[in-house]
Each structure stands twice: as C-alpha cells, then as structure tokens.
Design a protein around this ligand. Structure first.
Ligand SMILES: [Fe+2]
Length: 272
C-alpha cells in the first residue's frame, strides 16, 4: 500500500487576478478579496495567468507590472499567499509566437529543467497543425497544461495527442461541482478516470464572471470519491512539480495509477 502524503499546501495554477489585463479582476481590491478566499481555504500559492490571445494581447512586461502592484498590495495586508505569474495562451496565439521564435510566458521559471505552458484550446475545432506544435514543444522540453479540457466540444478530438505529447490537464473546480452543467461535469469525470495521473485542479477564478475559488468544497467532495492520497497528488504534488519545472516521470504515473486501480477495486469489492 502506498503511504506517501504530500506535506505542502495547495496551489492554484490558473487564475485571472491581475486587474485590467483580461476578463478577470476589475481592481486591486477585488483581487485582494479573492486572495483572502484562497488563504482561508488553505491555498498558499496562487499563479496569476491572464489571457494571452488576439482579444487580450498581453505582453510579459504588462503582466509583470500588474503582478508587482498586486504583490505590493499583498505585502501591506495580512493575506499570506505566495503569488506567481504565468499566462493562459490561446492555442492559435501560442502557435504564432512559437513559429516566430518569440519569448513566451511559462508557468514556471524558464531556466528550469522542464517548462510548462497553460493553453486554452479552441472550443469547436481541432487545428490541423496541433500534432506538429506539440511535437516541437516536446523536443524543447515544454509540456502543455490544457486549460479546462472538460469544457470543449472537441475533447475527444485532441485527447489522442496527450500520450504523444505528455500533456497535463488543468480541470476547473467549478466543473466537477456541477456549476458548468451536466455535460461538463460528466466530461470532467471521464478525464479524471482516463488520465488520473495527469490531472490538476484549479479555480480559473474570474471575479468579473463570479467564478471564485472553492477549494474547501471541492477537496471534501473529491476526497470522498477518490481518497486523500489522490487529492494530495492532484492539488499539491503535481502542481508543485509544474511550478518547480520537474518533469512528470513514468514512475509518478505508475504509482498513482496503481493506487487508483487498488482504490477502485477495493470499493468494488465492498459493494459486491
Ligand atoms: Fe482561464
């Protein structure tokens, strides 16, 4: 039986909290109110990931400026959350940047062994060049973290690239709680059972859209269904690896998959 439990607090890898950069937060005070929620729910590291897309052509310097302002506001408050920044790329924008050899904003420090990009896919179409892009990123030690794959109508069309490209999936907490509808909730469960060792959960917080962190609620819900070992892996172990730039190893996959198989078969036995 596997007994390892992660000791570090939770990490939210996907939030829209830098005011004025996208459809996330309107103001510093709104961002601070949201970060208080993170803090009270036990989430100790929050990555600000503004959109980078045709609609929101944010540069790294613009992101860094807003990030510094929010960090300064945090330092003057009692909210004890470690803040980082990354970005959420639209796939097409990312492809243009990569083809033009432009610098990109990673979820982790670009000097680290492995690098991770948070990427939003088109909602209805699978681009023909997707495999080539994933392959090129892989050759450069870059993995894609697919933002909210459970929300796309195209999910079945792109999951086959996952095994080739070693992608990870950042599912939205609100999806598994049923707030995005039944189809999205079902999709979230099917990603979880198919790619258990490649799942992280994040809030995709958008105060302007009334989407806020709900880590306390979701962890309770998921622990009942999947056990503490699995939720520690999803909310802590795997996100830590991402922000520390460590590659997800075959043994990580094997351990967690073995645990899930055991957990599911134990529960089956109890029911029978
Ligand atoms: Fe997002």
């Amino acid at each position: 039986m596997i007994l390892w439990l992660a000791g570090e607090p939770m990490i939210d890898l996907h939030t829209h909290l830098l005011p004025g950069l996208d459809d996330g937060s309107h103001s510093l005070s709104e961002s601070m109110e949201t970060l208080k929620m993170h803090h009270s729910q036990g989430c100790k590291t929050v990555v600000c990931t503004p959109h980078i897309s045709h609609a929101y052509p944010n540069s790294e310097s613009a992101i860094k400026k807003k990030y510094d302002e929010l960090k300064e506001a945090m330092a003057a408050s009692s909210v004890d959350v470690t803040l980082r920044y990354g970005a959420e790329y639209h796939l097409e924008t990312l492809c243009e940047k990569i083809l033009n050899d432009e610098p990109v904003v990673f979820l982790n420090n670009p000097d680290e062994e492995h690098r991770y990009l948070l990427v939003e896919f088109p909602f209805a179409v699978r681009p023909l060049w997707l495999e080539k892009l994933i392959d090129r990123l892989k050759r450069n030690n870059i993995s894609i973290v697919v933002a909210h794959p459970e929300r796309y109508g195209t999910s079945d069309n792109f999951v086959d690239i996952v095994d080739q490209g070693e992608c990870l999936f950042a599912l939205n907490v609100s999806s598994i709680l049923g707030e995005e509808g039944t189809r999205v909730k079902q999709n979230a469960f099917s990603f979880v059972s198919r790619y258990t060792s490649r799942i992280v959960w994040s809030s995709d917080t958008h105060p302007a859209l009334n989407r806020y962190p709900q880590f306390d609620r979701v962890i309770q819900y998921l622990q009942k269904k999947f056990s503490r070992v699995i939720t520690d892996y999803w909310f802590d172990t795997l996100p830590q690896k991402i922000i520390q730039g460590k590659k997800i190893s075959e043994s990580d996959n094997a351990i967690i998959n073995l645990y899930v198989d055991n957990f599911i078969s134990c529960h089956k036995d109890r029911k029978e």
